[in-house]
Design a protein around this ligand. Structure first.
Ligand SMILES: Nc1ncnc2c1ncn2[C@@H]1O[C@H](COP(=O)(O)OP(=O)(O)OP(=O)(O)O)[C@@H](O)[C@H]1O
Ligand SMILES: [Mg+2]
Length: 340
């Protein structure tokens, strides 16, 4: 069947209220998309279908019945989740040091080869921590994992989870993890250090301990099909016992010359733009040192835009970037961030 045939059937069965046929056609359509490599679309449909099936029986639901309870729970977990997403990012979008690339590749390989590992009763690493300064790719790397493994990612809203009410934070965390286990997806806890805020909310140190203990337990019982990725730029805020529970920690630091050069090539989009020769590439890389990937990328893109505007007629196929503009922008960025 073609894509259009499926859509026609889905429309027909939907309008005719033929639930059984609608569901089976939807399932076939999801399979069809998986087979034709539209994995992200298939995952989104699948999640939509699961959500809606869980929310069904909404009508004439008995208060206090198991379905009523489940619906209430779903509504609650929805608030605790920032977003549910699929990702098209791949390793090609990410510049890494050799060490970080090596670790990340091994991690991905474990998931690709999970069947082989389980055959020999070997555990799959599924708890990963990214740490390092702001703008060095922690969030991006997490999206890359979701994209490379074609998994759905639940981005957790830590602001909503960390509650001022005693005991609530732990309960909220447990709800999220339960939800993730149902969906076979990645739980992404960005700004993981915010959990440290619990300390400020309650004078009671016991609450912080309780939260940490909950996370330890949730981590210990995390099903092999689920995955937790946490990211922080304040690793020292995290409890030692918690740090030890991660199967793998990857440090993403400020770029060195080699990574700056790779980042430049990435931004230039396979030489769609070229540099004029006013400032040498080595000097440019030197001026970019000390800045994050984010700052370097941002200033370079701005320089490209300004250079494009300055070109009166786009005669050459490859527009030239005025390197002096970029050098000035790099200096401004460093001054703004008080970097020497
Ligand atoms: N290692 C990298 N390779 C390529 N691009 C990068 C890299 N790091 C950052 N970038 C660029 O900078 C943007 C911001 O990076 P990202 O959000 O991943 O940083 P972060 O480490 O999560 O920072 P924060 O701690 O502030 O959350 C990315 O979307 C990407 O465009
Ligand atoms: Mg981030």
């Amino acid at each position: 069947m073609s894509q259009q045939d499926y859509i026609k059937d889905i429309a027909r069965f939907g309008l005719e209220n033929d639930q059984d046929k609608l569901l089976s056609t939807l399932n076939e359509f999801i399979e069809h998309n998986k087979n034709t490599k539209k994995i992200n679309f298939a995952l989104q449909l699948q999640s939509l279908l699961k959500d809606s099936l869980r929310k069904q029986n909404n009508h004439l639901m008995k208060v206090g019945s198991p379905t009523h309870y489940q619906t209430l729970q779903d509504r609650e977990t929805d608030e605790l989740i920032l977003e549910k997403l699929t990702s098209d990012y791949t390793l090609n979008n990410l510049v890494l040091t050799e060490d970080a690339a090596d670790k990340l590749n091994n991690f991905l390989e474990e998931h690709r080869q999970s069947e082989l590992l389980s055959k020999y009763n070997l555990p799959v690493s599924n708890k990963l921590l990214f740490y390092g300064p702001s703008g060095c790719g922690k969030t991006l790397a997490s999206y890359v994992i979701a994209g490379e493994l074609n998994k759905l990612m639940i981005v957790v809203n830590l602001g909503a989870i960390v509650s001022s009410k005693l005991g609530e934070t732990s309960k909220n965390l447990a709800k999220i993890f339960r939800k993730a286990a149902q969906e076979d997806c990645i739980i992404f806890i960005d700004e993981f250090d915010s959990l440290g805020k619990v300390r400020d909310y309650s004078q009671d140190h016991a609450e912080m301990k309780r939260v940490v203990n909950t996370i330890l337990q949730l981590f210990d019982y995390l099903p092999q099909s689920s995955m937790v990725i946490a990211a922080t730029n304040q690793k020292d805020m995290l409890d030692e016992a918690l740090l030890r529970r991660f199967d793998l920690s990857i440090s993403l630091e400020l770029p060195e010359k080699e990574q700056i050069e790779k980042l430049i090539n990435l931004v230039l989009q396979e030489d769609q733009f070229i540099f004029d020769k006013k400032v040498s590439k080595t000097a440019l890389i030197e001026s970019a040192k000390g800045l994050s990937y984010y700052s370097i990328q941002k200033t370079l893109i701005n320089a490209i835009k300004r250079s494009l505007f300055a070109i009166k007629s786009v005669k050459s196929i490859k527009p030239k970037i005025d390197t002096q503009i970029w050098k000035d922008l790099l200096e401004q960025e460093k001054n703004a961030l008080a970097i020497k």
